[in-house]
Ligand binder design. Structure first.
Ligand code: MN
Length: 253
């Protein structure tokens, strides 16, 4: 409809009460009508989980502001079908407390919130910010950049099934680099503790990360003080393997 303000749906994985989502919401209020649909508790590491084994509850905090007993994917899914009233023009997810670069992208509930938007054919952007070595996170820079990116995506759109993964350094950014999703040196670690009855329990620990990563990768850009913007897509097919795989599946049956 001509004259209708764009509808922006916002979610995150740090939970409804996290400062990052409030900074993001405040930053884009001028761009259109904003609906916030976010998990009622932290869902970091939830990836693209969809809740199928229990009902989801929605608590309306204010007009267009919803806390949901689900994952970021649930929040987007439910908002698009039941809460928004019309199809959103943009899905924003974040601002995450900590980067989502390299292999972390596959665990990230923040990226998954945007991924769900992309799957529903809505342009989507995930935004994360680096944590400083000490002291509180300042979300102002990431919020400002998110607003600029959102404005641009609302105007230009994105190719169907794609999203932007935006990562912002904790220092004032030198500039912006378009990057690839990088990789990292991966080591699975878990900390073992004992409960009062002597039985072991475990915490998944931080995993070693490649400090800088590939020259054109997301890690490197942020480590060197740039904002990283990676275009990601929903289809996971590895095109280069199609031919070689066709060669060796012939004699499997
Ligand atoms: Mn998070």
């Amino acid at each position: 409809m001509p004259g209708t303000r764009p509808l922006i749906l916002i979610t995150n994985d740090d939970g409804y009460d996290a400062p990052g989502i409030h900074a993001l919401t405040e930053a884009v209020l001028g761009l259109g009508q904003v609906v916030v649909s976010a998990p009622d508790r932290e869902q970091s590491g939830a990836s693209h989980a969809l809740t199928l084994d229990r009902p989801l509850r929605v608590r309306t905090v204010a007009d267009g502001r919803y806390r949901i007993t689900g994952t970021p994917t649930d929040c987007v899914h439910l908002a698009v079908d039941k809460l928004c009233g019309r199809l959103p023009d943009l899905v924003l997810s974040g601002i995450n407390r900590g980067l989502n670069v390299g292999d972390d992208v596959t665990y990230s509930g923040t990226v998954a919130g945007a991924l769900e938007g992309a799957l529903l054919r809505i342009p989507a952007v995930a935004v994360s910010t680096a944590t400083p070595p000490e002291g509180p996170i300042d979300y102002a820079q990431a919020a400002r950049i998110a607003c600029r990116v959102a404005e641009r995506v609302l105007a230009e759109g994105l190719p169907t099934g794609t999203l932007l993964n935006v990562n912002v350094p904790h220092v004032p950014a030198k500039s912006i680099r378009v990057t690839r999703q990088g990789t990292r040196e991966y080591r699975a670690t878990a900390v073992e503790r004992k409960d009062p009855s002597g039985r072991p329990y475990y915490w998944i620990d931080d995993i070693d990360m490649t400090p800088t990563g590939e020259p054109d990768g997301d890690h490197r850009a942020v480590a060197e003080g740039y904002v990283s913007i990676s275009p990601l897509h929903t289809n996971m097919t590895h095109e280069n393997s199609l031919e070689s795989l066709a060669g060796w599946v012939e004699d499997l049956l």
